[in-house]
Design a protein. Sequence first.
Length: 346
Amino acid sequence: MNQPMPFDVSVLTPVQGVPAMSVVIATWRRPQMLQRCLDGLLMQTFDAHRLELVVADDGPDDATHAVVNAFAAVAPGWRVRYVPVRDTQGPAAARNRGWQAATGDIIAFTDDDTIPAPTWLAEGWRTMTSPDEAGGMPPDAATGAVRMPLPMRPTDYERDASGLTRAEFVTANCFVRRAMLEHIGGFDERFRLAWREDSDLQFRILDAGGRIARAPHALMHHPVRPAPWGVSVSQQRKVFYDALLYKKHPQRYRARIRPVPPWHYYGMGAAVAVALIALATHLPWLAGVAAMVWLALTLRFTAMRLQGTTHTARHVLEMLWTSIAIPPLALYWRLRGAWHFRVWFL
């Protein structure tokens, strides 16, 4: 039996039995994107009378509430719940509030910037209720496919975002049994950005002996969101949470996320440090050599990021500037994360 939730839950449609699946969407002040996602849910081939929608609004606002109300009014059969997450803590915490308020035995997670294919839930259900090849128990979790359309010559940001389509397990498209979420305690709310919290959930399911299946036909479309010029610089703060993931799962992190530290960043940082020390100790020749090493590494980094991407003047200038800024910022956030989480993390 579900325990009363320590937060407000608005049930916008009548309760009629226990749903087969609950769709949980964590959102934060993007009502237009949420509307697009909910439009996709209206097209699902799965029996709507067996479905529940829980929208966890991380930073509640009237526009988002109105979108959920509108869905409840035009979605016959769906049970709809709106959860205002007033103690805003990030997407991991919002998803926890969402699945804790849900009543289905299978939780389907997605994000507000996705567009589910019409058979998304039907295919997810089929995978989650099918025994393994040996005829054993159905999986404890499943991960679907993500498609992210890109132009022929994408920007570095677009190409980086498309890594979501190759990830092993993403909350933009996954299904998890409620019993497993309860067993492992849901998402770790220390991950306060949308970064690595899904890998942490995946690794803890595996550590608990759970089986994760692939649902390649449970398709989710994920258009690339627009981003400002130089966005890759601000994204470096996400590296802070790599340290937490590494502390919790060092072997899995090295095997599945990053096999080796970013030595080229450390090389650039060392070159800058040597140049500054050389200048302070009146060794201009050494400072010049170190500066040339830094320049060579920076140009190499820029060229690597430009390979296979658009070569417009605007993008080339962006790559040059951000290739200068990224290494020191990435190292700062890595070291800050290592200090904060008390882990030796390079």
